[in-house]
Structure formats: C-alpha cells, structure tokens
Design a protein around this ligand. Structure first.
Ligand code: BES
Ligand code: ZN
Length: 624
C-alpha cells in the first residue's frame, strides 16, 4: 500500500508518525511514566488538594532529566528514596509550568521512583477543580469538590506528563472531612476513619490511562445500584431520580459489549454532578461524570450515557495520541453511541441523530461559528500553540462520525464494518494513535476493497476545512415532519397559526421537538408576535427539558425578543454546560440591549462557575 504522498498539500508533514503533542512541555519522547501513587488530602478551607505523587519513570532513551507539566502547583520538595532531586519550575504561556527534574544518569530502560510533595493552586487557580460551598449544593449539608481534567487540566492537580501519548496505572489514598464520600476514576479498595473524624479512601486503577482521565469527586454522596457492575451516585435529594433516569445503563453497556468487545474496566458507575459541571458527560474510567440536566424525568436525554459508555473503548482504550486527532476519540464515540441507541431504541433514532448532527450541529459550526476556511473546521486541525479547549467544537464529533458513516456506506459490507471496528479496538487497545494508524489498519483489513478506499477523498475529509466533500445518505422521513412544522411557523398566516394543531408537537418525542425548534431557528428571525405565539402554544417556558429550553432560547434571541433576556440570563446563571452557555452568552454579548446585563451576570457568577467555563466565557467577551 502506498500512502506516502497521501498528505501532499495538507497543512503538516510526517503524517505517519504520531506528531509531538504541542500541548505538553513534558519530555514524553524520552521518558515514560508507568505508574503514579497519589497521597492526597482535600482541604476545603484553603480550597486545594495537598500531598504527594510518587511517579514511576522509565527512560525510553538515555537521558538525565524528567520534564513534567504543571499549572499553578506549589512544589514543596522532590526526592528519590532519601536523596533530594534538583528541580526547576518555569511558567510557559498557555500551557502552565515546565517542571524540570535533574536526575543525573538515567540510561535507557532503567526506572526511577520520584516522590513529589506539592499542593495545588487554591480556589480557581487549580483549573481542573471546582470547590462548592455547602449552601450552594443541592442538599446544603456538605461542601463539594469535583474535577474536569480533559483536555489539559490534569497538570493543575498532579505534576505529570499531561499528554494522551503517555498512559499510566495509578493508585491513590485520599483524605476527606467527616461525612464526605470520595470517588475517583478508579476502583474503590476500602476506607478507614481517621482520628479527627475524616475518612481516607483507597483506590486502584489497574488499567493504564491517559492523564486527562484522572478525576475526583467529593461530597455528601449516596449510592443506588443499577446492576451488579453499575451504581449511580448523587446527593441524597437527587439520587433516586437519577436511579430512575439511568435505569437502562446496564442494557446500554451490554449492547456496547456486543458491538465493541468485552468491557475491561470492571465497574461502570455514574456520578451526577452539580449544574455547574461544564459538560454533558465525561468518560472518567470506572466513573462517568454527568450533568444533572440529563435528569428530564422521562429518560429522554440518556444518549449521553451511551456516548460515555462507548468511550470505554474509543478514547479510554484506543486513545488520540495528541489533541489534533481528537476526532478518533469523539467521532468514533458518536458513531458507536448511535449504533448503541439504534440497536436499543430503533434504527430510525440513529438516522434521526445522524441528520440533526449534520444539519443542526456540524453545518452551523462550519458556516456560522467559524466560517468555512477556519483551521478548526478541519477534522485534523493544526493545534500548534493552541489550548485544545479553544478549538473544541462539534466538528470532531459530527464531521468525524459522518466520515465513518460515509465510509460504511461506500464499503457497503454489512456486518463486516462493525467487525472491523472490533478488530481496530482490539488491535490498538491501550495505545495512543494518530489518524493514519487507523487509516493504514483499514487498508490492511480491507485489501479486497482497495479500489473503493482509493476513491475516498481522504484529504478533503481529513485535512481540508469546511463542509465535507461528500454527504452520507440519510433516511429523512422522521425529520421531514419536523421540518414541515418548522416551515409552517416560518410561513403560515396568523390565522393558520391561531388554529395550529398543538397536539402534533406535544405527541412528538423530545428529540423531534428539538428538531422542530432548531429548524425554526435556522429560518430567518421570527416576528416578535410569532415568537410569543410559539412560546404560548407549546408552553416553552414551562419545559424541564434543557435541550428544548436551549433551542427555544436561541429562537427568541435570534428574533431579538426582549422578554427572553431575563430567561436567558437565569438559564446561564444556573447551568454551566458549555454547550449551552457559550452560544447563549455569545448572543447576549452581541446584542446591544442585553450586553451590559450579560457582562454583569457573568461577573457576578464567576465565583460559582467551574474555572473552565470562566475561561471560555472570558475569551468570548474579549472577542466581543
Ligand atoms: N470527553 C467529552 C467531554 C470533553 C471533551 C471535555 C473535550 C473536555 C474536552 C465527553 O465525552 C463528551 O463528548 N460530552 C458531550 C456529550 C455528547 C456529545 C453526547 C457533552 O458534554 O455534551
Ligand atoms: Zn465524548
């Protein structure tokens, strides 16, 4: 197979080797970290974590140093056995601290156990952490702490090689105050009480993981069992609702296993976080984190759980080697998430999600958010000097899964495509890879289909910005009804609207309702009178479903309907999900009438937001 010139004209060279991760300052090409032992105390008064990390380092080449990533860490001392290690800490723009350890002779193949005593930055300085005072939790009895390390925030809680090119196993002992439960992205191995009434929890993660998968949550948490290997954790007033909402978790996991192979992480637990959690879900190993906004009461938003389950293979086992290949995590995961949902709830749902992903998420990101020549609209973007959080968008998700769907349709080999996925996952399990590793493996396994593969526009799909060169085939029936209803709202006379059949909308599933609203939003702005009618007819200000509320707010904001301002501000003050907060703040900042109030609301809320969300909104404000 000759792929040597396949990337001619693309934006960067040497595509066959995994390029150096531009988002780490560590010397991960010289040294590997194989294991980390953490000894932590969570200090709710100072709002930090302090203790130590013991790093088992292995020299991959002859060297004399280990260079680690950090961010706002206070290093108290570094030792190997009884010997002090000389070190140097330097601040680096965007990427945090370069912590250089002078180790003397460190020949290839040898190992050294390095003990680092340190504390994290306090409060929001530890960009991965949010400490929440007890008054602001659901039950108001204990304070709360949670982390979000992806993409490059692990370095703010542990000195490490914060690149997905390095994987390590870990164990931990974590001390928390009286009455609090602590959970990590690992298996719990017991706990003991301390003299002051606190508890020390012990953990082990026997599978090697990338640093972005370190995770901690501590609070007044309770547990409910879903199945022998799945529990859900949440504050007491939330936990039973959560248990109901996530009832199908075991079924989803079993379906994922049929599709992707044996589940190798032992447990799959969920923890429901406070509303400030910046994401819908985060695939922390053994313990997926989810936003409480998934609890709609009708199990209608649980595809996020299918998504995080799929990451147990695509992402956590087979991992993007650097953030330019992020679509190998997210595009593959979306593709598998929809296969799981299709098998459990019907193929038409899968089709539906594929279409809305293409037309309501991918296309607007390309054409409106970034513009069609923007670097970030490439499936494999150039991230030199860029914080990966800054490039985050629907592109790796939707362009990525559409590409996999397109290839499936071109090959047209039925079951064998899913078989290929299983082989790919088994082959690259526990590795960190680049796009070409997948592509080469595809060619190898599909030698009899070489002609079809050669006809794929690889450069167009992978490296060119803008709308992909081909559109996969979608079954549009279910979607058409939604588009028709949307067009009615755009075009009908006042009289027709007055007589509109409200039941047609009410009978739809919530994903269909969202589609109706998103299709309305894509039309030219509605008149104020029509916006009012829309809200009134469909009782949109009463919905508890966040997806519906969000789509409604975007329609009203686009129409510049003044009464939406307080509704939108209340929404972003309560919910921290970046997917909602970023587009809403963007609109509020851009509109004369809401700009001042939006800035005021944001500034007032900073102390109650996760640091990641603050960074995102701050950069929006700067852009105006
Ligand atoms: N791993 C991501 C979240 C993430 C990505 C955090 C990059 C930080 C940096 C997670 O699996 C995810 O994709 N969550 C989505 C859910 C979804 C697409 C169903 C979300 O939060 O909306
Ligand atoms: Zn994901």
């Amino acid at each position: 197979m000759c792929l040597a010139n396949a990337h001619e004209g693309s934006h960067h060279s040497a595509p066959d080797a995994l390029m150096r991760d531009a988002a780490t300052v560590s010397n991960n090409e010289e040294v590997a970290i194989r294991h980390i032992s953490l000894d932590w105390t969570v200090d709710f008064d100072r709002q930090c974590i302090y203790g130590s990390a013991l790093l088992k380092c292995e020299a991959l080449k002859d060297t004399d140093k280990v260079v680690l990533d950090g961010r706002e860490l206070a290093i108290h001392g570094i030792t190997i056995g009884d010997t002090k290690v000389d070190y140097d800490v330097e601040n680096v723009a965007v990427f945090g601290q370069r912590i250089s350890l002078k180790l003397g002779d460190f020949p290839q193949g040898s190992t050294k156990d390095v003990l680092i005593k340190y504390s994290t930055g306090e409060g929001p300085k530890a960009s991965a952490l949010q400490f929440i005072e007890k008054e602001l939790t659901a039950d108001k009895v204990k304070p709360y702490l949670y982390s979000q390390c992806q993409a490059i925030h692990a370095r703010s809680i542990v000195p490490c090689m914060d690149t997905p090119a390095n994987k390590q196993t870990y164990d931990a002992k974590v001390k928390v105050p009286e009455g609090m439960v602590c959970l990590l992205s690992a298996l719990g191995t017991g706990n003991e009480k301390t003299e002051d009434g606190g508890t020390i929890y012990s953990f082990n993660q026997p599978m090697p993981i990338a640093s972005y998968l370190f995770a901690i949550v501590a609070g007044a948490l309770e547990r409910r069992e879903i199945s022998p290997r799945c529990d859900v954790w949440a504050e007491p007033s939330v936990v039973d609702k959560a248990r109901y909402e996530f009832e199908d978790t075991e079924k989803m996991l079993a379906t994922a296993e049929e599709l992707m192979g044996k589940y190798v992480w032992s447990r799959y637990d969920l923890v429901v976080l406070p509303p400030s959690f910046p994401f819908g879900g985060m695939e922390n190993p053994c313990l997926t984190f989810v936003t409480p906004t998934l609890i709609a009461g009708d199990r209608s938003l649980t595809s996020v759980v299918a998504h995080e389950i799929a990451h147990s293979w695509t992402g956590n086992l087979v991992t993007n080697g650097n953030w330019e290949h992020f679509w190998l995590n997210e595009g593959f995961t979306v593709f598998c998430e929809r296969k799981i949902m299709g098998r459990l709830y019907g193929e038409s749902l899968r089709q539906f999600e594929n279409i809305t992903g293409w037309e309501d998420r991918m296309l607007p990101t390309i054409n409106e958010t970034f513009g069609p020549v923007h670097n970030y609209t490439r499936l494999v973007p150039d991230l030199t000097g860029v914080d990966p959080d800054d490039a985050f968008s629907t592109i790796p998700y939707e362009k990525g899964s559409a590409f996999l769907l397109y290839i499936e349709q071109q090959l047209n080999i039925g079951e064998r495509y899913e078989q290929f996925f299983r082989e790919y996952l088994a082959h690259f399990a526990q590795k960190s890879i680049a796009t070409d590793d997948w592509k080469n493996f595809l060619y190898e396994k599909m030698q009899d289909k070489k002609e079809i593969l050669d006809n794929i526009d690889w450069i167009g799909w992978l490296y060119n910005p803008g709308v992909p060169p081909n559109k996969p085939t979608f079954e549009e029936e279910l979607v058409q009804e939604c588009r028709d209803l949307a067009n009615l709202w755009g075009n009908a006379s006042d009289e027709e609207i007055a007589n509109i059949d409200v039941e047609q909308f009410n009978k739809m599933t919530s994903v269909q309702q969202v589609k109706v609203l998103d299709s309305i939003e894509a039309l030219s702005p509605l008149s104020h009178q029509r916006v009012e009618k829309l809200q009134e007819k469909y009782r949109l200000n009463e919905t508890c479903n966040c997806e519906i509320r969000f789509s409604w707010l975007l329609i009203a904001l686009k129409a510049k309907w003044t009464p939406v301002i307080p509704q939108a501000l209340a929404f972003v003050a309560e919910i921290g999900r970046v997917k909602y907060v970023k587009p809403i703040y963007t609109k509020l900042f851009a509109w004369e009438e809401s700009r001042e109030k939006a800035i005021e609301t944001f500034k007032k809320n900073i102390p109650f937001m996760h640091p990641i969300t603050v960074i995102v909104i701050n950069s929006l404000m700067a852009k105006k």
